[in-house]
Write a protein that binds this ligand. Structure first.
Ligand SMILES: [Ca+2]
Ligand SMILES: [Ca+2]
Length: 384
């Protein structure tokens, strides 16, 4: 039976249709290579047409080996796994990646057919794509130190109040005004066991200075919730990075508790204008129960929509008093078209999980980002 070639690129460009089953079977075997590079404690599971890595040939350049369908790769190490797969091209699914891992999908000519950033706040499972190889990179180029507030691990498990006068207790971070609470495992973190309430006993502010390259694009991502123990349900904070300052409001509901923090992720793009860039989180809640943050990361690069499956409704809403435009970001990070809405206007559409829309004002400036998820199908800009 001849092998039927399918253009993965055209499938991806047409939409995010994913071909998961009913692949043509070749009589010949096809070798595919997956390269893995991860931070410590990262686990991944690779499967080809239902076979786990335990059923595949693993060739490792380092100590880590594919074992029992799960590969463990230590920080700074990488492993090449050679897969012997019965089909061409091959459907590969990789699951359980650590947040901020990036998967790059290649076709048989080693052309990039898609990228996916794991744990971007919406899907944490790679889509199955017909590819010849996947390169997975856990971003060792993350620019923040201790972005998840986990270090040092030797501290006790309680909550710790940190004041301006002892600013170096959380490595990498500096309390620049007021005071903050460093929450322990008694409050469910977005990542790991620790997070920060930016209101200690009142408004606080926490900062980290990162090395940047003038003119380069960066992406800041962080999780926000609020201390559910008291205060008003609106937990406001200001996030400032380089020339960009944005205010966010986290709204507590009756579902929120210390064991169910319902973290929400936000993303900010910025371009460095200095060799160092200050990142500052400032609480606007002047009592004990402030906005909480966790899992903060900054990486170099641009935003791209991931290939994903499952249609989602999307409602574009313009609550500003100017004309705004919504721009879909392609798999190659290119800015595409979308609705242009007059003040107060809205429009319905269809999108896919994780797809990203950049929102621009009438003069072209960026005024927001929207990441599609089943939990939030409204891409709105402005108050209202
Ligand atoms: Ca954490
Ligand atoms: Ca507090």
């Amino acid at each position: 039976m001849p092998v039927k070639k399918v253009s993965v690129l055209s499938l991806l460009l047409a939409s995010t249709i994913l071909v998961i089953t009913a692949l043509p079977i070749s009589a010949q075997t096809q070798e595919n290579v997956i390269s893995l590079a991860h931070h410590s404690n990262t686990e991944c599971t690779a499967s080809v047409n239902g076979m786990s890595t335990s059923g595949l040939i693993a060739e490792s350049s380092g100590t880590p080996q594919a074992q029992g369908g799960v590969c463990h790769v230590n920080e700074g190490e990488s492993v090449d796994i050679t897969l012997t797969a019965p089909t061409d091209p091959t459907t590969i699914a990789v699951q359980g990646l650590k947040d901020n891992s990036i998967a790059t999908y290649y076709d048989e000519n080693h052309q990039v057919v898609g990228t996916y950033t794991a744990g971007s706040g919406y899907v944490n499972e790679l889509p199955a794509l017909m590819v010849s190889s996947i390169k997975i990179t856990n971003q060792s180029d993350l620019l923040l130190e201790n972005g998840s507030f986990e270090s040092p691990t030797s501290i006790d498990d309680g909550n710790i109040a940190i004041n301006l006068n002892n600013p170096t207790e959380i490595p990498g971070w500096e309390v620049v005004s007021g005071n903050i609470d460093w929450f322990g495992p008694g409050v469910a973190a977005a990542d790991g066991a620790r997070s920060v309430d930016i209101s200690g006993s009142g408004v606080g502010s926490i900062r980290q200075t990162i090395e940047t390259e003038v003119g380069k694009a960066y992406v800041l991502r962080f999780a926000v919730s609020g201390d559910p123990a008291g205060g008003l349900p609106e937990k406001q904070l200001t996030v400032s990075v380089g020339d960009v300052t944005e205010t966010f409001t986290y709204l507590l509901t009756s579902e929120n508790s210390v064991s169910n923090m319902l973290w929400q992720y936000h993303t900010i793009e910025f371009t460095a204008t200095e060799p160092t860039t200050e990142l500052t989180f400032t609480s606007l809640v002047d009592n004990w129960y402030g906005p909480t943050i966790d899992n903060v990361s900054v990486r170099e690069g641009q935003l791209c929509s991931p290939a994903s499956s499952g249609e989602l409704p999307i409602n574009f809403v313009n609550n500003t008093n100017e004309e705004v435009s919504f721009h879909w970001l392609s798999f190659d990070c290119e800015e595409g078209g979308g609705p242009v809405l007059a003040p107060g206007a809205q429009e319905q559409g269809i999108t896919f999980p994780g797809h990203i829309f950049r929102i621009r004002g009438a003069d072209g400036r960026i005024i927001g980002l929207y990441v599609a998820s089943a939990e939030n199908t409204t891409a709105s800009v402005g108050e209202g």
